[in-house]
Design a protein around this ligand. Structure first.
Ligand SMILES: Nc1nc2c(c(=O)[nH]1)N[C@H]1C(S)=C(S)[C@@H](COP(=O)(O)OP(=O)(O)OC[C@H]3O[C@@H](n4cnc5c(=O)[nH]c(N)nc54)[C@H](O)[C@@H]3O)O[C@H]1N2
Ligand SMILES: Nc1nc2c(c(=O)[nH]1)N[C@H]1C(S)=C(S)[C@@H](COP(=O)(O)OP(=O)(O)OC[C@H]3O[C@@H](n4cnc5c(=O)[nH]c(N)nc54)[C@H](O)[C@@H]3O)O[C@H]1N2
Ligand code: SF4
Ligand SMILES: [Mo]
Length: 704
């Protein structure tokens, strides 16, 4: 089998190209082609042979070599040599680091007062790969009997809502948006975070489709749509219910589809009839005409037969009622029978289209010590500060962080930092860079990047499976996450044969007979057959097999089992102590907190800043470029103000997620966000956050 394959002619003599996959938490999961000259990766491009990628990458990943060969890459294991958080470290040999870490973890696990549950893994989607993600790590933590981590920080509210309503993370195929006649982009800045979908939407637009964007922020995407509905954060369920109100009162309904493939439409109608557009307009803070027009456009597809599609993204579920909001929107396509058409329906995530059993990778059978507890990653701020108790179990005394930067990305960072600063917490961080989190480590272990390891990728924005081959040798002494956990397992004396599996074996173990692995090796991706229109004839994955407007499963947990509008935890209303609602959506040139340290990308983003409307700025004597103090009861964030019509009155946009240490006062936007959770899925409420803001006199501006 060839280790690398030349695909395009432009690789010069002596150079070759290697097929890979983008590892980032982005719905597009692009197929990559890395040019390697004399063992050095010189260029990362999009694979033209992969239809979803179509030869195009976003700016961030086009700069991937700049990140891989960054002068600040961590090249050796490092041991802390100063106080926690000071970021002072001394290089140590691998063997010494692994032996000491194993000894420390072993001592905690063997201590009857603490035990293995005092050890907590903390990881998320720094890489979405199955192999460098959880495979060997799961084996290690299962064998150790460590606490489990509830990985809720991003998508679990929306995920739970899809599960309840449609029966899984299944949706339209992204390429068919190109044929839609109406596209509602709901809570998604597609140009920044879902570029390849945006290309299909552009094709549709050229073919006469109408594009409507529903987003509190006037994003790049909103500017390029025909309509922009700038609702208040967290009010999407009210808007969706008002659209239903109109569908029901005007009989813009597909009765046949509703009768055959849905459950609970009478009850849903009753709920929707309480939501006149006038009432929703009040709640959402938008002109009532916009709601009438939205419902008219959407309902028109019943008589015209022209496909109407909704692209939802996770932005709209980061508020208290996020699960209910996704449920309300997910009811809409069934009401008008949009699912009948392959270019109609909705897409939030398609990751449940092809299911794989990951137990061969994660080996839950290694967990022989009985049940363990689970800790929610979104409340890590509180949980690191909790003492041992019968309810909670042992205090967390050791934390192994990989593929995540919690000190920057988790909510309520004042608390998170306090937890990480505990002298009696033993912290190991597997990283490429000395992030805000790595500053608090006892050991930093240098990890490989996507150009240096094997991995296997599934995706949530399309349904292909991709293989990532290593293009270059590990930089410095970096090791793959898998190799680090193999080494730790050995140092702990774990003798199970599964700790010897190499990465290519792990890639194969994640798949089954549906996937032709040789094709993956040669082509870099495999497309499995999937229906063009997943719910054209019903077939929902719910217990009833129908689109569940009414969910008996949810009703059993309390409530009436119907989607409803739940006001935000923090309303940010005029006249209150914190009168501004703050959202903190992704910056286009960062990926969460990744890439913030890549200079060329940071210079496009400029400085940490908050967008504020002219009205709210004038009321506070603030001008663009001023350093401001944004604050609430949890903390304060100093950044630059940008007076901009991207912010609607009453709402400020603190684009994230900057590294704390690059902020004017060493904080970032998560100093302000809270740890209260969503209605479904135990997820954080990043965009449900009330603040006030004032100009800082004599403040030091940021230079980056
Ligand atoms: N460039 C870039 N791409 C990314 C990321 C990144 O950081 N940068 N992050 C990746 C990750 S981890 C994820 S989960 C995905 C998806 O991440 P998402 O969080 O879905 O990101 P966006 O597509 O920016 O969509 C969020 C949009 O929702 C808007 N919004 C905020 N609150 C509300 C609300 O209450 N209602 C509505 N309707 N809209 C609201 C925001 O203004 C923003 O424009 O993107 C991924 N792609
Ligand atoms: N205020 C606010 N906060 C947010 C969000 C928001 O919109 N607003 N978005 C939230 C969302 S949607 C998400 S998904 C989370 C994301 O939070 P995280 O999953 O923590 O994502 P990143 O900030 O990208 O950090 C990933 C880290 O993993 C490292 N990494 C990448 N690949 C590897 C590897 O192969 N091995 C090892 N060892 N390390 C690797 C990178 O260097 C990087 O530092 O943030 C959340 N936080
Ligand atoms: S971040 Fe998204 S758009 Fe950019 S290369 Fe990766 S998958 Fe493609
Ligand atoms: Mo995310």
């Amino acid at each position: 089998m060839p280790e690398t394959i030349a695909i395009h002619a432009q690789a010069s003599p002596g150079s070759h190209q290697v097929l890979g996959a983008c590892p980032h938490d982005c719905p597009d999961t692009c197929s990559l082609l890395t040019t390697v000259e004399n063992g050095i990766a010189t260029k990362v491009q999009g694979n033209r042979n992969h239809p979803q990628t179509d030869g195009v990458l976003c700016t961030k990943v086009s700069r991937y070599t700049e990140r891989t060969y960054h002068p600040e890459r961590i090249l050796t294991p490092l041991r802390r040599s100063g106080p926690k958080g000071a970021g002072q470290f001394t290089p140590v040999p691998w063997d010494e680091a692994l032996a000491d870490i194993a000894q420390r973890l072993g001592a905690i696990a063997a201590d009857p007062a603490r035990g293995p549950q005092a050890v907590l893994p903390y990881s998320y989607a720094g890489t979405m790969g199955w192999v460098q993600g959880e495979a060997m790590a799961d084996r290690f933590f299962n064998r150790l009997g460590a606490s489990l981590l509830d990985r809720t920080i991003c998508s679990s509210a929306g995920g739970a809502a899809l599960e309840a309503t449609l029966g899984g993370k299944v949706g339209m195929r992204v390429e068919f948006f190109a044929e839609s006649k109406l596209i509602i982009i709901w809570g998604s800045n597609a140009i920044g975070s879902n570029l390849h979908f945006w290309r299909y939407a552009q094709t549709a637009k050229r073919n006469g489709a109408k594009l409507i964007c529903i987003d509190p922020r006037k994003t790049e995407t909103a500017e390029k749509c025909h309509e922009h509905i700038a609702l208040r954060p967290g009010t999407d369920a009210a808007l969706a219910l008002a659209v239903m109100h109109q569908l029901f009162t005007h009989d813009w309904l597909d009765h046949d589809y509703i009768g055959q493939h849905t459950l609970g439409w009478e009850a849903l109608r009753e709920r929707a009839l309480q939501w006149t557009p006038e009432r929703a307009a009040q709640v959402c803070g938008v002109p009532v005409e916009q709601i009438y027009a939205l419902a008219r456009d959407y309902g028109a597809s019943v008589s015209s037969g022209e496909p109407a599609a909704i692209r939802l993204n996770y932005g709209m579920q980061r508020a208290r009622g996020g699960g209910n909001a996704v449920r309300a929107v997910a009811c809409l396509p069934a009401l008008i029978g949009a699912w009948r058409h392959r270019a109609g329906g909705m897409l939030l995530s398609a990751s449940g289209t092809h299911k794989f059993d990951d137990s061969a990778l994660s080996r839950p059978d290694l967990r022989t010590g009985g049940a363990t507890r689970t800790i929610n990653m979104s409340t890590i701020g509180d949980d690191l500060l909790r003492p041992s108790s019968p309810d909670f179990g042992p205090r967390v005394d050791a934390l192994i962080v990989y593929n995540s930067n919690p000190v920057a990305v988790a909510p309520d960072s004042g608390k998170v930092v306090q937890g990480f600063a505990r002298d009696d917490l033993f912290t190991v961080v597997l990283e490429h860079f000395q992030t805000d989190t790595a500053d608090y480590a006892d050991y930093i272990l240098p990890a490989t990047t996507q150009l240096e390891h094997w991995d296997l990728h599934t995706t949530y924005g399309h349904t292909d499976i991709l293989l990532n081959r290593p293009a270059i040798a590990p930089v410095g002494q970096a090791r793959t996450n898998t190799d680090i956990f193999r080494g730790l397992a050995r140092a702990m004396g774990f003798t199970e044969a599964c700790f010897d599996d190499d990465d290519l074996t792990l890639c194969r173990s994640g798949l089954d007979a549906r996937v032709d692995f040789n094709l993956l090796l040669t082509q870099g991706f495999v497309s499995l057959p999937a229906p063009d229109a997943p719910f054209a004839h019903g077939g929902f994955g719910t217990p009833s097999g129908k689109c569940e407007f009414f969910s008996a499963r949810l009703a059993a947990q309390g409530g009436d089992g119907l989607p409803d509008y739940l006001p935000n935890h923090e309303l940010g209303l005029a006249g209150s102590v914190y009168p501004l609602a703050m959202i903190s959506p992704p910056a286009r040139n960062f990926l969460n907190s990744t890439f913030v340290n890549v200079k060329s990308l940071r210079s496009i983003e400029g400085v940490p800043m908050v967008e504020i409307s002219a009205l709210d700025a004038a009321a506070r004597g603030i001008h663009s470029g001023d350093v401001v103090r944004v604050f609430n009861d949890r903390g304060q964030y100093h950044c630059h103000a940008e007076v901009s019509d991207r912010a609607r009155p009453g709402v400020v946009n603190g684009l994230g997620v900057w590294w704390r240490k690059l902020g004017p006062q060493g904080t970032n936007v998560n100093e302000l966000t809270g740890q209260r959770l969503t209605d479904m899925g135990r997820a954080p409420t990043f965009y449900d956050c009330a603040v006030e803001l004032e100009k800082c006199e004599n403040a030091r501006p940021t230079t980056t």
